[in-house]
Design a protein around this ligand. Structure first.
Ligand SMILES: [Zn+2]
Length: 225
């Protein structure tokens, strides 16, 4: 019976984690880096993806120097950034996220649905676009725009008409209930190989406690014998 209980703890101990390598692009001289204050809207992104039990883990920021990529003026330059991928994470299961000073027509873009590369225009921090990173990551986890049941208060609605949160309190399940995900989207996202399951420290403590309890029970039993 005790073994079954411990097994149950292990089954619920996994947290889904997505690892991101953030990369600031600077000019050719290593100056004027995009997002030099290293913002990520991490709290907002984690709150949105908490619907799926998914948390984000950022590796330390790195930099790469390219005046061309610092300002992406056309689709050719965006494609070239994704193809050459300067400073990209060696592990393909880690998302590489480049920050630029300008993207010619979007707040953010991914290399492909289900891919592992994102470019983010630092303007999102100036205009308080809290859910852009969460939205782009959704694309990398296999989600497309406007799946069935997706209204303007859902994360994967196109940026052209999505209602975006002004403060973290607007994000579901609170306030305006924005940036929702459907059950089908959550299932798709969690099936992506970039999502890894790791034991949560708090639950690991529970497992240890459970094992300790078992040992204690055994000792008591022996003492009775
Ligand atoms: Zn999109």
């Amino acid at each position: 019976m005790a073994c079954i209980l411990v097994g149950a703890f292990v089954a619920t101990a996994n947290a889904a984690v997505l690892t991101i390598q953030p990369i600031k692009i600077c000019d050719d001289g290593g100056l004027n880096c995009a997002n030099d204050t290293e913002q990520t809207f991490l709290a907002e992104t984690n709150k949105i993806w908490a619907q799926a039990g998914l948390t984000f883990s950022y590796l330390p920021f790195t930099t790469t120097n390219s005046s061309t990529f610092l300002s992406l003026d056309n689709q050719g330059e965006v494609d070239s950034l994704f193809t050459t991928a300067p400073g990209a994470a060696a592990n393909p299961l880690v998302i590489s996220m480049w920050f630029v000073a300008n993207h010619f027509d979007a707040f953010g873009e991914v290399n492909t649905i289900g891919g592992n590369k994102i470019v983010i225009d630092e303007v999102i921090f100036g205009v308080n676009r809290l859910d852009t990173i969460a939205h782009e990551v959704g694309h990398l986890l296999g989600l497309m725009h406007d799946d069935p049941g997706v209204d303007v208060d859902f994360l994967m609605r196109s940026g052209s008409d999505r209602v975006t949160p002004s403060v973290i309190g607007d994000i579901t399940p609170d306030g305006a209930g924005l940036d929702k995900l459907t059950a089908a989207q959550i299932k798709t996202a969690l099936a992506d190989p970039k999502v890894s399951a790791v034991p949560e420290p708090a639950t690991s403590a529970l497992i240890l406690f459970g094992l300790g309890g078992l040992a204690l029970a055994r000792r008591r039993k022996m003492a009775r014998v």
